[in-house]
Ligand binder design. Structure first.
Ligand SMILES: Nc1ncnc2c1ncn2[C@@H]1O[C@H](COP(=O)(O)OP(=O)(O)OP(=O)(O)O)[C@@H](O)[C@H]1O
Ligand SMILES: [Mg+2]
Length: 437
């Protein structure tokens, strides 16, 4: 009945199914609209992303071009650096060869106030020919006109400044940068100015600090493709015993342990087993390390110089230069050596003291061995007696061959020191000690 009545109304019965379908259609439409809206959003997003991608790609291309330009620039800088470096190294090598790999420089300290207040005059006369000086043997008496002349590669008179002295050392430091091993010594009797030359005083630094300062300057100007790494060690050789001045001591009053020098066949050189090395990147660190080492240095009082150093102090700088583009690495060493006083036993007033006697004997033995090694190198002997003392063994790979050696002979101008100066210069002391000395 219900169904027939629906038909009479002239319309189809509205079935629940149809209503659902209509409902579905609306939902579908809405869904479609939503989808279309979403599609539009997605399209916009895609367009946006495409635009961003295009921008990124173009930026990337720009960066690539810039990078290639920079790379090219870097290569040009590097090749200019390499060319300039090789040329400079070659020229430097020629100059060094001409000068000789062992150079002897003389430095005369000024008379001390007490000395010139006494009316004493310098016993050193500088000759008009550059690099020659005369040592007046006697100041008075029948032999007053006796003298001896000496020639050096360079002479620094009393008035020379630390800057002037360092200017003569610079080429040797340059050799280190070029990959050669270098030794710089200060040699002379107690109180002649060795420590002043090597270390200097707080407000007037000597060779050690100036060399390191210069090294940092040069290393700082390397192109980014060249890396440098610097390490430092400090030892003293006292009575034929090597002590690490940077080693930690278990107790402040405990003695520094003696170190062994061994021979490396691979490097054809001696090396100190267990040597403490500190990485250094600036002068502040250098100051700290050297101050630590100095406070450990064995010093004893002698009649001639209250703080006389009775050991050889060696500051060693190990420089590694890595050229990343050329895949080349050089390792070189600079030894800065403040030798112990070279005076003869009678002069140091130590003869009655066993310890001092032993010290003086050890010092004289190692200084003679050093002189023998240098003489042997200059004669180009086949066998160089490096192994005779710890000092020469330690320095073996930095003495001779392509290594550069610079020796300061420090002289005191005082008349009472003439005999020692002559002895330092390899001459026998004057035979008439009573005649004015
Ligand atoms: N060129 C110089 N100018 C000014 N003063 C100097 C110079 N050389 C040395 N002196 C002074 O002379 C004194 C002795 O010098 P220094 O301590 O350097 O001698 P040294 O050779 O190291 O002695 P030692 O063997 O006893 O260690 C110090 O007071 C130092 O400051
Ligand atoms: Mg000294």
């Amino acid at each position: 009945m219900g169904a027939a009545a629906d038909c009479q109304l002239g319309c189809r019965p509205s079935s629940p199914l149809r209503q659902v379908r209509r409902f579905d259609t609306n939902a579908e439409l809405k869904e479609k609209d939503d989808l279309i809206a979403k599609q539009d959003d997605t399209d916009r997003l895609l367009v946006d992303q495409e635009r961003q991608l295009k921008q990124a790609a173009s930026r990337f291309r720009d960066l690539e071009v810039q990078m290639r330009q920079q790379e090219q620039g870097m290569k040009e800088v590097q090749s200019k650096y390499t060319a300039e470096y090789s040329l400079r190294r070659e020229l430097h090598e020629i100059v060094q060869e001409l000068r000789g790999n062992i150079r002897v420089l003389c430095r005369v300290r000024p008379l001390k106030p007490a000395e010139y207040e006494n009316g004493d005059e310098s016993s050193i006369v500088y000759l008009p020919e550059e690099c020659k000086l005369r040592l007046t043997k006697y100041n008075e008496g029948p032999f007053a006109d006796m003298y001896q002349e000496f020639e050096f590669d360079h002479i620094f008179p009393e008035t020379s400044s630390q800057e002037e002295v360092f200017a003569a050392v610079k080429p040797a430091v340059q050799s280190l940068i070029d990959g050669f091993n270098v030794c710089i010594f200060a040699y002379g009797q107690t109180g002649s100015g060795k420590t002043f030359t090597m270390e200097g005083v707080d407000d007037n630094r000597g060779v050690n600090y100036r060399a390191l300062d210069y090294l940092f300057d040069v290393v700082g100007s390397f192109p980014p493709t060249v890396e440098a790494d610097m390490e430092i060690s400090m030892v003293e050789i006292y009575n034929e015993t090597v002590r690490d001045l940077l080693a930690e001591r278990p107790a402040a009053d405990e003695k520094l342990q003696a170190l062994d020098i061994k021979f490396s066949v691979k490097d054809n050189s001696g090396y100190v087993v267990g040597l403490e090395m500190r990485n250094i990147e600036n002068m502040e660190q250098v100051e700290g390390v050297l101050a630590e080492g100095h406070s450990n240095r064995a010093t004893a009082s002698t009649r001639m110089n209250e703080h006389s150093s009775r050991s050889h102090a060696i500051v060693s700088v190990f420089l590694t230069v890595t050229n990343k583009l050329e895949k080349r690495r050089t390792v070189s060493k600079l030894h800065l050596i403040d030798l112990a006083g070279s005076e003869r036993l009678s002069k140091s007033g130590c003869t009655s003291d066993d310890t001092r006697l032993k010290e003086s004997q050890a010092i004289n033995k190692s200084l003679s061995a050093l002189a023998e090694v240098i003489a042997s190198l200059q004669r180009r002997d086949k066998h160089i007696p490096y192994r005779n003392t710890k000092l020469t063994f330690f320095l073996q790979d930095s003495l001779g061959g392509k290594a550069k050696t610079l020796m300061f002979v420090n002289l005191s101008p005082h008349k009472t020191d003439v005999s020692e100066s002559l002895s330092s210069l390899g001459e026998s002391p004057p035979p008439f000690p009573s005649a004015g000395l």
